[in-house]
Design a protein around this ligand. Structure first.
Ligand SMILES: [Zn+2]
Length: 274
């Protein structure tokens, strides 16, 4: 699943290429989206958490959320696509290039003021990469927004609290901070929760440069991630077998070392909302 840093990388790629360009064609044709974009000039491209916004000179923007399988591609006009047309979500053509989004979870046309409004009114929390935020503010948001039966993993993934943390970083942050993923949110103190967000922001920023995602900055070839996707493999710190299990509100794959992350609640306590 694309993480916040992925969307920022896409925005960083698209922004200098699209801003100032006029859209000469858009697909799917004869939709609200194509009618409102064709002939318009791109004014801004920005990421907000996992959402990518492409704003136009008529006060509208295309908002896309890539979900699990979405991606943006760039092709020369008339060039063949790497994906079948049936997977098209939206395509924007400029005089030089065609920018194509496949398999997005959501694509919609939004009015630009309402984008700002939604950000201001908190449907999306502060962006861990773009915004300067105090971790104490994020802790307060987590306590206000989530119910008492939430787990720490739910707080990290909730984009209303802070936008940018995806499922890979979730497990990696918990390993680095040595918290068991099954800790109920009310059982973690403000300091510990704040550290999780600080680590998240640091990892997201360190991964903006491109290349493969890295959370383990060690001078060996043992692995770029500590725990994600490593079920039954030895922990890179202590050799204990890594565990993997779905947990939290959304039953997302979660990975942890039962030795390094043994503090807090017992690791067998999961899925409190089933
Ligand atoms: Zn370990």
């Amino acid at each position: 699943m694309p993480e916040g840093d992925t969307i920022h990388k896409i925005a960083n790629f698209l922004e200098p290429r699209l801003v100032g360009e006029t859209i000469i064609d858009a697909s799917p044709a004869r939709t609200n989206l194509s009618r409102r974009c064709v002939g318009r000039q791109v004014l801004e491209v920005f990421a907000r958490g996992k959402h990518l916004f492409i704003g136009f000179d008529n006060n509208i923007a295309i908002r896309s959320h890539l979900g699990m399988h979405g991606s943006w591609h760039r092709y020369p006009p008339g060039g063949s696509w790497q994906r079948p047309r049936s997977q098209l979500s939206v395509a924007l053509t400029t005089s030089n290039w065609e920018y194509v989004c496949f398999n997005a979870r959501e694509v919609e046309v939004v009015r630009t003021p309402s984008v700002r409004e939604r950000i201001v009114h908190g449907r999306l929390g502060p962006d861990l990469i773009a915004d300067t935020v105090e971790s104490s503010d994020l802790v307060r948001r987590a306590r206000e927004i989530l119910d008492n039966d939430a787990l720490l993993v739910d707080a990290l993934l909730d984009q209303r609290v802070a936008s940018g943390i995806g499922n890979v970083y979730k497990s990696e942050i918990l390993f680095i901070e040595q918290f068991s993923p099954s800790i109920p949110l009310p059982d973690i103190d403000d300091q510990g929760l704040g550290r999780c967000f600080e680590t998240a922001a640091e990892l997201l920023r360190r991964n903006l440069g491109g290349g493969r995602r890295v959370t383990r900055f060690e001078p060996d070839q043992a692995g770029l991630l500590w725990v994600y996707g490593r079920t039954d493999l030895p922990c890179l710190r202590c050799d204990t077998a890594i565990r993997g299990q779905r947990m939290g509100y959304h039953h997302r794959g979660t990975y942890w070392c039962p030795s390094c992350q043994s503090d807090g609640a017992p690791v067998t306590q999961t899925q409190r909302r089933e």
